[in-house]
Write a protein that binds this ligand. Structure first.
Ligand code: PLP
Length: 432
């Protein structure tokens, strides 16, 4: 036996190789002075506001460990912020802070002896390997384009009625979604909550993109199912601070002190606490709500504008795409072109994304990376390849101060995305 034979099979070998291949192909193109349109990888294009970075500089000398749960004043400011923006009724003692929400998703799963992790397909890439690494059974439940890639209450109810397992069911429920950009309205959430209550489902509501929901007032699952809904969020998306690594979970009291202590136990035995200077800067970010509101409004308007532009261009040539309702992503369905694609030996999303990379330098990630079937002709398109610092430009600032409602996007440039979409559309229209 080699060391290789002892490596955990829970890690996504196949999916790692998909992204590696695409990375390698894009590097080769760049070396050959060919253009690459980076519509594959999504991270916030907006810089962290300068005042918040100054707070981080000032806090650099804070070298002590904090409690595992995080600084009390940070947890209080998280509660106040989410009360103001999303009407959440949280208590600081129910918040656990970490270096990113991702490790907390794992800590929650690792706190269970045996559980079933249920994921709507498509879902973010890391839930499945995390569930498997924690030793659980992971199952998928398919969604469709016609239902805007949303899980329906009936689907969930039917699944639970047919389910015959002793151990708890944990649903990871992410909205606005990575990879689809779709979210849930009040009726959908209320219907789903009825089923969740009936079957006592433990839900991890991954709301990392919720503050980037384009609509002003939006519901969240804890409005309807507060008792069973763990909420996952953090600075990475709304504050443009993915690399700062600051996330948190809210654990409802109803799940019990023992459960919370078990999660804190896993946190304590793995990451100890989030970086202290980052916690101090995050406290400032969450406390300064007027600045945050302005920052959020500008980001949302720009993202909404780009999403609408891209979806419209794609839909015009029958690449069916729902406009995003929040976040950074669209999830186009290319199946209208299936026959023409099969004629050139493209049978799967992976075949399609490799060919697009090779032919025109447009990078997308195949739907199969997100739990879709291999033959699904879907892909994730991230529309964040632009210079987000434009939203802080003086012109935009002045306009925004005078009239926050009708501002910003008019002058906003996203030419690289426009060019990439044009080339993509040409490639498809040439197929016919
Ligand atoms: N959940 C989703 C859906 C994400 O897209 C990401 C980041 O890409 C995360 C969670 C993890 O975010 P964090 O930076 O807080 O670990």
């Amino acid at each position: 036996m080699t060391l290789q034979d002892h490596i955990s099979s829970s890690l996504r070998k196949g999916k790692h190789s998909e992204t590696l291949l695409i990375n390698q192909l894009s590097l080769e193109r760049i070396e050959n002075d060919k253009k690459v349109y980076k519509l594959g990888f999504g991270q916030s294009p907006f810089p962290v506001p300068i005042e918040i970075t100054k707070q981080l500089q000032l806090a650099a000398g804070r070298k002590e460990y904090t409690s595992v749960q995080g600084l009390k004043e940070l947890r209080q400011s998280i509660c106040d912020f989410h009360k103001e923006f999303e009407n959440k009724s949280w208590q600081p003692e129910q918040i656990i802070v970490a270096g990113g929400s991702k490790i907390l998703l794992f800590c929650i799963m690792a706190a269970f002896k045996k559980a079933e992790i249920l994921l709507p397909a498509p879902s973010w890439v890391s839930y499945e390997p995390q569930g498997k690494l924690a030793g659980h059974e992971v199952n998928w439940i398919g969604t469709t384009f016609n239902h805007k890639w949303s899980l329906t209450a009936k689907q969930l109810d039917d699944y639970c009625i047919a389910r015959d397992k002793e151990f708890p069911l944990i649903l990871v429920f992410n909205y606005p979604s990575n990879p689809t950009g779709q979210t849930y309205n009040a009726n959908q959430l209320s219907d789903l909550a009825g089923v969740m209550k009936k079957h006592k489902i433990i839900v991890i509501a991954d709301e990392i993109y919720s503050l980037l929901t384009y609509k002003k007032n939006y519901p969240t699952l804890s409005d309807y199912y507060p008792e069973g809904c763990i909420v996952s969020s953090g600075l990475s998306k709304w504050c443009g601070a993915g690399g700062w690594r600051l996330g948190f979970h809210y654990i409802p009291k109803e799940l019990g002190e023992d459960f919370k202590q078990a999660v804190i136990g896993v946190a304590s035995e793995t990451y100890s606490c989030a970086s202290t200077p980052i916690q101090v800067a995050a406290t400032y970010a969450y406390r300064n709500m007027d600045e945050a509101r302005m920052f959020l409004n500008r980001q949302k308007r720009v993202l909404n504008q780009i999403s609408q532009y891209v979806a419209q261009e794609l839909n015009q040539i029958n690449i069916f795409t729902h406009t995003a309702q929040g976040g950074f992503y669209l999830f186009p369905d290319f199946s209208h072109y299936r026959d023409s694609l099969e004629a050139i030996q493209i049978y799967s999303g992976e075949d399609l994304t490799s060919r697009l990379m090779d032919d025109i330098g447009v990078v997308l990630l195949p739907g199969s990376a997100f739990g879709m079937a291999n033959n699904s002709l879907t892909a994730r398109l991230a529309f964040v390849d632009f210079d987000g610092s434009q939203i802080f430009s003086d012109d935009i600032k002045e306009l925004s101060n005078n009239n926050e409602e009708s501002t910003t996007s008019a002058q906003f440039e996203f030419n690289k995305i426009k060019e990439g979409i044009k080339i993509l559309c040409q490639w498809f229209t040439n197929l016919n």
